[in-house]
Design a protein around this ligand. Sequence first.
Ligand code: UD1
Length: 328
Amino acid sequence: MSVLITGGAGYIGAHVVRLLRDRGDDVVVVDDLSGGDATRLGDTPLVEFDLVAVDAVDRLREVVERHAVTSIIHFAARKQVGESVAHPEWYFRDNIGSLANVVEASAAAGVTRLVYSSSAAVYGLPGGAAVTEDDATVPINPYGESKLVGEWLVRDAANAHGLRSVSLRYFNVAGAGWNDLGDPNVQNLVTIAIDRTARGLAPVVFGDSFDTPDGTGVRDYVHVMDLAEAHLAALDALATAEGPADAVVYNVGTGRGASVREVLAGLAAASGTDLEPIIDPPRPGDPPSVVADASRIAAELGWRSTRTLDDMVDSAWRAHEWRARTSA
Ligand code: UD1
């Protein structure tokens, strides 16, 4: 009995791999290493191939059979909003195509449990209040569209093939559970601000006159370890007979918003720097506030976040310093 993790060599996937291994589960990773890094995996078996290759379904079936796989966590995906606007075809082909191959191989090999990485991007521009899973899903970019279509596919596969799935809608993920698993990409507020701070440059605030308590954008920042634990809760629920219905969707956030200024204050404390942030105009289309209502996953899976914003920013900073030291 083992868990197949696609994209397990990536930032979030590698945290889940390590937590599962630490509790004694058998894991096999499928990753093409286009964004992942095999050194994160230690001695966890890795099968390297592209999930949209013509033989991907056959190769997945082989992995399922050889490793006696009983459940799958599907992380492998493209995840850059800007890139998705420039190349929507990459997002539709790769994000949906890879999931379609995972679903087909699961059906053929008799795997009936799937945890799917979705995103708060499916909501588009939510209104002011905390967003619930029943709110409208109106994505505003191809990345969010591809994640939403993926949710539809796993739901349809419940009827067609008896697949039972949990789709987790991640809010803003940052931090590191271990120094070697920090996020190496410089693509979101935490990693961009850390990168600038480490180079002695002041972090940049995109807009300070939103209708929010301090005027800067508010998001729901969830520690990657909390997020990783949500995957274990989903997996365990699927393993029980009375577990979730065929295809369920959960927000994974803290339920609390933090402003850009709060995040930057945390970073200043963690790094011991006092660079005064630069105020730039808002990015086009940035909503003032996106915060999860995370009560459904708490009620149904018993999962809630336990780490603080400071834990998150501290751990991200320490992982960055560790990487700078070890790659020097
Ligand atoms: C991110 C994801 C999006 C996902 C969402 C929730 C990206 C590009 N987008 O969006 O796919 O749906 O989380 O999961 O990763 N900011 C600054 N200065 C900076 C960088 C950002 O002030 O240097 C501000 C932004 O204006 C925003 C907040 O920080 O208010 C967070 O921005 P970012 O980390 O890019 O994430 P989102 O835009 O929320």
